[in-house]
Design a protein around this ligand. Structure first.
Ligand SMILES: Cc1ncc(COP(=O)(O)O)c(C=O)c1O
Length: 462
């Protein structure tokens, strides 16, 4: 078969040799990262200056004093002060493969070898076609109809694109449903979907959203009734005005609150009766349950009209059915993603599908069971300091000091200083601490060590 010049370059033995040299060097250097380590005092002054520079030029200090050095080993990451920490938040659920992963670095080198830094909708390379096909087949494997995939550069943009195609399809209807306390991103549009007042202070209103109470496991029947009734009431108040329902099936930013199949099906039935598109926001949940997509975990395949993904997928995307196809002119973007990013996305998602992570006996379930049982033991010893755990799969959360926001913040910062990255979620007196572990590289022994540090940190706090 005829070959392109590019294929000649990518299969050149000198490239293979160069990649091997890089891998050898990487292996040597990352082998020095073996466990949690305090900062090197000799690097303190330069690190403090670095933090100040970042704070000065970005217009505010960072939540954690975190500036990575550029290397890590599995779930461990080295910071520029020489310290080493367990990364159990992974850039808020992005570094599924941990740090300095050889397969991912190989994939990004292959991407970096390509002719341009960025791909866009006007000019894409062959790797985009491969990613589109991989994503589409994975989404539709159980009969979902969301076979069309539009790549983009952030979760919020994937959601914006979803809202636009739904609004165009349902032209004339402009309201949306979403769950109370949901998170949808930081654009001007998504600021009016995310149910948090502080995130839209001073912003002009862009979307009308009616909020439905989220599932409550303690009151299964009651919460279904409450949510269905709320939907019907809004539909009665604004007949024909609802275009779509934006559903976060497990609420990530709110602290890993898990929904329920029957609950979702009841709400979807109301959507279908009223021509309301079902949009599932999987930006945070993608690859965190025992199914690649959480709509697959809840068995909602036949009902989804539009789905967004991001974070773990490395490149973001909006999936949609044929009848939600936008008309020409509605959507395009200069950037779909960097060549190295698209290459990494293909590697990471292929791994997720074939590497033993999914399924009832997959790695995600095993890691969850270990984390859950360790946290339950800590809860038994310190019931006044830790409650939970909550969540499913690789979305694990807990409550510290009965959900007190200020104490939880103090705990996450102490935990960081002691060597574990986590993050706050929710707020007020239901604040939680959440973990989004790097599934590909986490072993049970890492979870044990992280839990020891959690217990030690809690014990030292009043
Ligand atoms: C459910 C959900 N939707 C959308 C977003 C926005 O994604 P991004 O920060 O990539 O714009 C997030 C980010 O945390 C999210 O959790």
């Amino acid at each position: 078969m005829a070959k392109t010049v590019a294929q000649g370059l990518f299969s050149d033995p000198r490239i293979a040799e160069a990649k091997k040299l890089i891998q050898d060097a990487l292996k040597d250097h990352k082998s020095h990262i073996t466990g949690v380590k305090p900062a090197n005092p000799e690097l303190k002054e330069s690190y403090d200056q670095l933090l100040k520079r970042v704070a000065d030029y970005r217009g505010g200090a960072l939540f954690y004093n975190y500036i990575g050095s550029g290397i890590g080993n599995g779930p461990l990451v080295e910071l520029a002060d020489g310290s080493v920490k367990y990364d159990f938040i992974t850039g808020i659920g992005v570094h599924y493969m941990g740090h300095s992963h050889s397969g991912v670095i190989n994939a990004t080198i292959e991407g970096a070898l390509q002719n341009t830094v960025m791909n866009g909708h006007l000019q894409q390379n062959t790797a985009s076609a491969e990613v589109l096909e991989l994503f589409s087949k994975a989404a539709c494997k159980n009969g979902a109809l969301v076979k069309n995939v539009f790549l983009t550069t952030s979760g919020a943009m994937a959601n914006e694109n979803a809202f636009k195609m739904i609004l165009q399809k349902r032209a004339g209807a402009s309201r949306f449903f979403a769950f109370e306390k949901c998170f949808a991103g930081r654009t001007l549009g998504m600021a009016w979907v995310t149910d948090k007042g502080a995130y839209r202070v001073g912003l002009p209103k862009t979307l009308d959203v009616d909020y439905i109470p989220f599932y409550c496991a303690d009151d299964h029947e009651g919460s279904i009734k409450l949510a269905v009734n709320a939907m019907k009431k809004y539909i009665g108040r604004y007949p024909g005005h609802h275009a779509g329902f934006c559903m976060e099936l497990i609420q990530g930013e709110n602290g890993s609150w898990v929904g329920n199949k029957e609950y979702f099906e009841a709400l979807i039935a109301v959507c279908k009766e009223n021509n309301i598109s079902v949009f599932v926001d999987e930006v945070q949940t993608f690859a965190r349950t025992r199914e690649l997509f959480t709509f697959q975990y809840f068995g909602l395949d036949k009902h989804v009209d539009v789905v967004s993904i991001g974070k773990n997928s490395q490149v973001c995307a909006t999936f949609f059915t044929d009848d939600h196809k936008p008309k020409p002119g509605l959507m395009s973007q200069t950037f779909t993603g960097a060549s190295s990013q698209i290459s990494a996305a293909h590697y990471v998602v292929s791994e997720m599908l074939s590497g033993g992570y999914l399924g009832e006996n997959g790695k995600i379930e095993k890691l969850h069971a270990r984390f859950k049982s360790n946290l339950e033991k800590i809860n038994k010893k310190h019931p006044e300091k830790l409650n939970g755990p909550y969540g499913i799969g690789a979305m694990v959360a807990m409550t510290c000091f009965k959900g007190d926001e200020a104490k939880t913040k103090a705990f996450t910062i102490k935990l960081f200083e002691n060597g574990v990255l986590s993050f706050m979620a929710g707020g007020g007196n239901t604040t939680r601490v959440r973990f989004l572990m790097p599934v590909m590289v986490t072993e049970e022994k890492h979870i044990d060590e992280v839990c020891e540090i959690i217990e030690r940190t809690l014990s030292a706090m009043e």
